[in-house]
Write a protein that binds this ligand. Sequence first.
Ligand SMILES: Nc1ncnc2c1ncn2[C@@H]1O[C@H](COP(=O)(O)OP(=O)(O)OP(=O)(O)O)[C@@H](O)[C@H]1O
Ligand SMILES: [Mg+2]
Length: 234
Amino acid sequence: MIEIKKLSKQADNKLILRGIDLSIKKGETVAILGPNGAGKSTLLKVLATLIKPTSGIVKINGLNLKKDHIEIKKGLGYLPHSSLLYDHYSPLENLVFFGNIYGVKNVEERATKLVKDVGLSFFLNEPVKNFSRGMIQRIAIARAIIHEPEVLLLDEPHTGLDQGAITILNNVILSMKDRGATTLMVTHDFKQAAEICDRIIIVKNGKIVDDFKMERHNLGYVSEKYELQVEGVS
Ligand SMILES: Nc1ncnc2c1ncn2[C@@H]1O[C@H](COP(=O)(O)OP(=O)(O)OP(=O)(O)O)[C@@H](O)[C@H]1O
Ligand SMILES: [Mg+2]
């Protein structure tokens, strides 16, 4: 589903990504862990077609990122650090706006259902500018999946969410997985990574330093691996 070969990204004479090789199968839910500045968000931005790689090959669903980025974008759902929402619009207006960009059918119905799914029905028509951080993040999650993307790219999606919203988000990710979607999630939250992901990748200094499956593993295992690779504790 996602094939990355020898991917590098340089900016301002700094090599941010240094030769990433990664292959992700359809339906996999993968967490990307790593210290601040490791290059995790940069990797996600390259996959989201927001920035161009300096070198290397990226293929998503058989399409080449260099040539077919418009086609690729249609099948992607991207949740960045910033919400991308319009402040003066309500959740309904925001979701209808983004849904229309992707040509979503019965868009008002779908938008209303998603606002309900993220627990904000009561605020359907309130401007987003009055929302708390967690409420904005809930709507941002709904925005990222309005077009039922095949690939979900999430950058620290659990940040700012309360326990109820964490459960909602995890259910969104798991139900997308049930429908065959592939998820790549950058996170500092090992607990969530251990709970919902089938595979963990650790990035350090722009390189993948570990990559393992989560079958039968637990939070303690993730922490051990991370300490070994990132903090150099053995
Ligand atoms: N456009 C840019 N120009 C120059 N340097 C950049 C640019 N974008 C990112 N960087 C640098 O690349 C490095 C990796 O940044 P990135 O945002 O990918 O890290 P990250 O792993 O997501 O970190 P965090 O956990 O703090 O979110 C950082 O040193 C950052 O300063
Ligand atoms: Mg980041």
